[in-house]
Every structure is written in structure tokens, then in C-alpha cells.
Design a protein around this ligand. Structure first.
Ligand code: G3H
Length: 248
């Protein structure tokens, strides 16, 4: 079993003072407690400098929320994985459903971005998950298989990738998948990874669950087989809630 990873995706929220307060609160707790999980925060790009300055030489890792597939060039408004690495990030989210929806990102785009992350020395947290209509029509596992097969780059190294299963209908809605639903999909994903990488390497890959994770449901979700952590949105914006999700 791998060490659990608790990732906080701030999405398009926060400010310099918010970052200082939230990161300060997390660092105080990380320094005082014997923590059994790793924590990473993914602030919006404009706050990366502030957060990286606050977390330098600490146990709190930082990730970007997206990266461009190219190393550099004429791509106004985008950020390369190389630059994220250069400023001190260790992780980057790729293929979050909000990127897939808001920016039309396909599995092929996610694959290219994840490849760029790996080439830059970042760990991509590759997000997958079915929509409500895909679940209702019984296509959840088919969609998950397509996303895993098509979003993972050929270069994927089992020591350097994280997967995050986020049912789209559970994101920011307060609805959570049942432990049985989560177990079914996470076991299925593990099976796909075993087929691809072999049993031992595949067991080293953290598979996170995301979608309305909060302190009241975290223990139950994190106890599910093959759930190796959480990708947290709303609840990662409050120190006490984010901390309570990862520390028990
Ligand atoms: O990246 C995080 C997920 O989209 C989950 O967001 P949420 O915890 O607000 O549902």
C-alpha cells in the first residue's frame, strides 16, 4: 500500500492574503504532527509565486492546475510544465473535468500535457471520470478505460504518475459516489494499471478519489480498497477541513 496523497485544488479561488493564511495554517500542523499522508496544494497560476515562497524547504508540496504541452512559445496565457518545474512545483493536474469541459480538452490533449509534465520532471495527477449521463447509461467503466488508455502517455513511469478518479457529477455538488461505486471503479483502474505496468509497479501508483470529499465522508472513502488519497476542491479552501480529510 502506498502512502496516501491529499491534494487540494483551489481552482480559481484565493488571494495573496488567503494563501498566506491557508498555507501558514497547514505548515503549523505539518510541523507539529506526525503526519501519515503527503499534502499538496494546487493554487491558481497567479498565486504560485506566493505559495512557493511560503512552502520552500517544507513538507508541503505545490502543483499547477494545468500545463501546456509545449516547452515554450507563442501561447498567450498558458504555462509550460518546464516553467512550473523551474519555479519549484512538483505536481501538475492534467485533464481535470473542468479543463475538459471549459477548454474542450480531449484525452489526446491530456496525454500530451501529461507527457510534457513527465519530461519536465513533474508528477502529473491525471484526472478521469464519467459524467452523470455516462453513469446512468451504464458506460462508466467503458469511459474510464478509454480515458486511462488514451490519457496516459507511452512514457508514463509508474513511480512518477498519479491518477485521480473524479465522477463529474460528484464535483462541487455535495453528491458523493458510494463506497461500493468508488471501490468498483478504483479496482477497475488498478486492474488496467496492472495490465499496463505489471503488478508490483502498478501497486505503487496513487489512485485518488475526488468529488465532494469533506471531513464527514473522508474516513469512509479513504478506507475503500485502492483509494490512495483524495483530490479535494471546496474543502481544501479551509485549513481545518483540508487537514481533517488527510489526518486521522
Ligand atoms: O479537483 C477537485 C475536484 O474537482 C473536487 O471538487 P469538490 O471537492 O469541490 O467537489
Amino acid at each position: 500500500m502506498v502512502r496516501k496523497l491529499i491534494a487540494g485544488n483551489w481552482k480559481m479561488n484565493g488571494s495573496v492574503s488567503f494563501a498566506s493564511e491557508l498555507v501558514g495554517g497547514l505548515l503549523t500542523r505539518i510541523e507539529q504532527e506526525d503526519v501519515s499522508a503527503d499534502f499538496v496544494v494546487c493554487p491558481p497560476a497567479a498565486l504560485l509565486g506566493s505559495v512557493l515562497a511560503l512552502t520552500k524547504n517544507t513538507k508541503l508540496s505545490v502543483g499547477g492546475q494545468d500545463c501546456h504541452e509545449n516547452v515554450s512559445g507563442a501561447h498567450t496565457g498558458d504555462t509550460s510544465a518546464e516553467l512550473l518545474k523551474n519555479v519549484g512545483c512538483q505536481y501538475v493536474l492534467t485533464g481535470h473535468s473542468e479543463r475538459r469541459t471549459d477548454h474542450g480538452e480531449s484525452n489526446a490533449d491530456v496525454r500530451a500535457k501529461s507527457k510534457a509534465a513527465l519530461n519536465a520532471g513533474l508528477v502529473p495527477i491525471i484526472c478521469i471520470g464519467e459524467t452523470e449521463s455516462e453513469r446512468v447509461s451504464g458506460n462508466t467503466l467503458k469511459v474510464i478505460e478509454e480515458q486511462v488508455v488514451q490519457s496516459l502517455p507511452d512514457e508514463a513511469d509508474p513511480n512518477q504518475i498519479v491518477l485521480a478518479y473524479e465522477p463529474v457529477w460528484a464535483i462541487g455538488t455535495g453528491k458523493t459516489a458510494t463506497p461500493d461505486d468508488v471501490a468498483e471503479v478504483h479496482n477497475f483502474i488498478r486492474g488496467l494499471l496492472v495490465s499496463r505496468f505489471g503488478d508490483e509497479p502498478a501497486q505503487k501508483i496513487n489512485i485518488l478519489y475526488g468529488g465532494s470529499v469533506k471531513p464527514s465522508n473522508a474516513a469512509e472513502l479513504l478506507a475503500v480498497s485502492n483509494v490512495d488519497g483524495a483530490l479535494v476542491g471546496g474543502a481544501s479552501l479551509k485549513v481545518e477541513d483540508f487537514w481533517a480529510i488527510g489526518v486521522r
